[in-house]
Write a protein that binds this ligand. Structure first.
Ligand code: NAD
Ligand code: TDX
Length: 335
């Protein structure tokens, strides 16, 4: 029996990861450590109330976090917990440093003290910065983060790798491109566009709408994480991508088309400050070392995602009717 400590397990990717582990690994126990911020939702894991332990914990609180390690033998740490939204980091960077940097440091220190078998830091392509029209990020690309969010993630990555080099701790880092799929909080582009389109509301498109992201369906990211944990080498970074570069405007048009909604719902708004132009991932290293290849192309992945948001209206209606509404209004409707 191996025990996984999954931080941020009630968020988007963390909940999809826990579901996968509980379904696929009969000899795995999961501990979910989550602060339950606005982005968390216990209903992201509706079918597994009994199958794992949950600690409501802020990873930035080291004393609280230590309880988990004192009460359980942890084999693998998978650190998803983070403030994850770039726009919020521009509005209020402090909490990004607290959670993403200080929280990761606490986890590293406790994981080292308790001799965990592997520590996987879940990171992002945004740590590399922004690309021009050509080229891709490789694991050798120097880190050059440009938003408070990506600066906090790059800092956490550097701390994590310093624990490998300084203390010989078994640390791995995975850096993934933009995820989408079920249970994504509707502040991010794809769920926001689907929900607004379903509600016949304007969809805000930043700047000229031609910024490019490499999109990956969340199940593919989860598969890649499992492969990194199983076959990755400690002290190494693994890029994960979806092979699906697309301009934001084309993503929104595709969604509107699928839902038979008019393109007049697109509303061009003021650009995000410091908006990264393009991300693209060279993920040949994880492919050659673990066999990873994304199973979903962008069209199939978005169709599946639209289908999920249509069938799970209650999930997002509840979110939109809560406190988040005020933020949503301020952020998008008054631009
Ligand atoms: P999310 O915002 O949906 O979920 C984050 C989760 O972390 C929430 O459940 C929240 O309550 C929890 N959390 C936040 N602060 C915490 C704290 N101090 N202590 C404990 N728990 C805390 O995020 P996501 O989109 O699922 O992203 C998960 C991870 O993957 C993040 O580290 C993010 O940087 C990384 N990542 C995300 C993407 C993406 O496209 N979403 C891409 C690459 C990497
Ligand atoms: O309303 C919007 N309109 C718009 O044009 C929103 C929310 C976004 N955008 C643009 C900004 C980006 O170019 O769409 C693109 C995607 O934006 P987000 O969904 O906010 O994602 P991004 O900023 O690219 O960051 C995401 O991917 C990498 C995640 O939020 C990060 O956690 C992850 O590390």
């Amino acid at each position: 029996m191996k025990t996984y400590l999954v931080t941020g397990g009630f968020g988007f990717i963390g909940s999809n990861f826990i579901r996968h582990i509980l379904n696929m690994r009969k000899n795995a126990a999961v501990i979910n450590a989550d602060k339950l911020t606005y982005a968390a939702n216990p209903k992201n894991l509706p079918d597994y109330p009994e199958d794992y332990k949950f600690y409501k914990i802020d990873i930035a609180d080291k004393l609280e976090l230590a309880k988990i390690f004192n009460e359980n033998r942890i084999d693998f740490v998978v650190n998803f917990a983070a403030e994850s939204h770039v726009d919020r980091s521009i509005a209020a960077p402090g909490i990004f440093v607290k959670t993403n940097v200080e929280g990761t440091l606490n986890l590293l220190e406790l994981s080292m003290k308790h001799n965990v078998e592997k520590f996987l830091q879940i990171s992002t392509d945004e740590a590399y910065g922004s690309l021009g029209a050509a080229g891709k990020f490789s694991e050798e690309t120097p880190l050059s983060p440009r938003s408070p969010y990506s600066a906090s993630k790059a800092s956490a990555d550097m701390l994590a790798m310093s624990f490998f080099h300084t203390y010989g701790m078994p640390v791995l880092i995975s850096r993934c491109s933009n995820n989408y799929g079920p249970y994504q909080f509707p502040e991010k582009l794809i769920p926001l566009a689907i929900i607004n389109a379903l509600n016949n509301k304007d969809i805000p498109l930043y700047g000229d709408g031609r910024n490019i992201r490499d999109w990956i369906y969340v199940d593919d990211h989860v598969d890649a994480i499992c492969l990194v944990l199983e076959k990755g080498k400690t002290g190494e970074v693994y890029n994960i991508g979806g092979n699906s570069e697309a301009e934001n405007a084309d993503i929104i048009k595709f969604i509107l088309d699928k839902l038979n909604k008019p393109s007049s719902l697109i509303k061009y708004v003021k650009d995000r400050p410091g908006h990264d132009r393009r991300y693209a991932m060279d993920f040949s290293k994880i492919t050659s070392e673990t066999g990873f290849m994304p199973a979903y192309g962008i069209e199939k992945g978005i169709e599946k995602t639209i289908d999920w948001y249509i069938k799970n209206e209650n999930w997002w209606k509840e979110i939109l009717s809560g406190n988040y509404k005020e933020y949503y209004k301020e952020m998008y409707e008054n631009r």
